[in-house]
Design a protein around this ligand. Structure first.
Ligand SMILES: NC(=O)c1ccc[n+]([C@@H]2O[C@H](COP(=O)([O-])OP(=O)(O)OC[C@H]3O[C@@H](n4cnc5c(N)ncnc54)[C@H](OP(=O)(O)O)[C@@H]3O)[C@@H](O)[C@H]2O)c1
Length: 273
């Protein structure tokens, strides 16, 4: 099977490429220089040349706060770039996996979001990613939308690494009133690899269970054997440019393990990396 990955040098893209190569797939890794998804001609020509069976579309403008000040760039990449990828994927009759986010939801629910719940994003990142979902559905018949959340992995800036870098601080304050599902990139990759014998459609692939960012931080330090002065705070005490949903827990279809188990494996692997 032939796989083409967009945004292949990002945090998730690197794990996708390595894992699928190990599974015996022929993988073409592309990023901005070799396949700028905002360039329709380039997108068509690269995807047609490779003629993949599956396109995993990881490329995106992912900085949630920066996007509030650069909405046009985000719309261009996350919405119109995705439309280009979807149309080019359709043209070679391949399947497309679009990586989406829990931030398509408004966070007003108190029970886990289902794949049938209607998105209502409350920040620009969520809005552009939701419109990317619509572009995928409208332009590619064989689509999988894989919504994930609170991603961390070996190859990018993420919450686990930020927390560990703060270990010597006198005081670490972390918000305790936003609840979600931490997800190791490798859990997501394995979840994606299981999609291909499932019907096309929308899937939630995130760590099982849920916690607040504060509880996540507490578990990171506990599992790392680090004694730190960690205190909970509120979103109001730690304002950010983009509004975050208060509760973005997603019901996943049993595709992943409890988030604490995945974190343990990540920390072990990281220790060896
Ligand atoms: N991180 C999370 O917590 C999270 C949660 C839910 C969903 N997701 C989704 O998961 C996917 C992967 O996220 P990630 O964390 O791996 O992000 P990432 O590390 O920022 O990777 C995204 C990649 O896309 C590339 N890119 C940006 N604009 C492009 C363009 N016009 N053409 C081609 N490539 C372009 C980036 O290149 P440059 O670095 O050169 O810009 C980067 O390599 C994204 O779709 C994201 O929305 C992430």
């Amino acid at each position: 099977m032939k796989l083409l990955v967009t945004g292949a040098y990002g945090m998730l893209g690197q794990d996708i490429c390595k894992t699928f190569e190990n599974l015996g797939w022929i993988v073409t890794a592309t990023d901005y220089d070799s396949l700028d998804i905002t360039n329709e001609k380039m997108t068509n020509s690269v995807i047609e040349d490779v003629y993949p069976d599956v396109v995993v579309h990881c490329a995106a403008f992912t900085d949630v706060d920066k996007i509030e000040d650069a909405p046009e760039t985000a719309i261009n990449i996350n919405v119109y770039g995705t439309k280009n990828v979807a149309k080019a994927t359709q043209a070679v009759n391949a399947a497309m996996v679009y990586i989406s986010t829990d931030y398509v939801f408004d966070g007003e629910k108190t029970t886990p979001y289902l794949t049938t719940d209607k998105p209502n994003p409350i920040n620009m990142y969520g809005k552009t990613k939701y419109h990317g979902e619509l572009m995928t559905i409208q332009n590619c018949q064989k689509f999988y939308i894989a919504r994930t959340s609170w991603l961390y992995g070996l190859h990018g800036k993420n919450f686990v690494e930020t927390m560990l870098s703060l270990k010597d601080k006198e005081l670490i304050q972390v918000v305790d009133d936003q609840i979600g599902c931490p997800t190791w990139t490798m859990e997501l990759v394995m979840g994606i690899s299981k999609l291909f014998n499932q019907p096309y459609g929308i899937y939630h692939i995130c760590g099982s269970g849920s916690c607040s960012w504060y509880e996540f931080a507490k578990e990171i330090f506990k599992q790392s054997g680090l004694e730190v002065n960690l205190k909970p705070c509120t979103t109001e005490e730690f304002p950010r440019k983009a509004t975050r949903p208060k509760y973005s827990v997603m019901e996943n279809g049993g595709l992943t393990r409890p988030w604490q188990e995945a974190l343990s494996d990540y920390l072990k692997l990281r220790g060896k990396a």
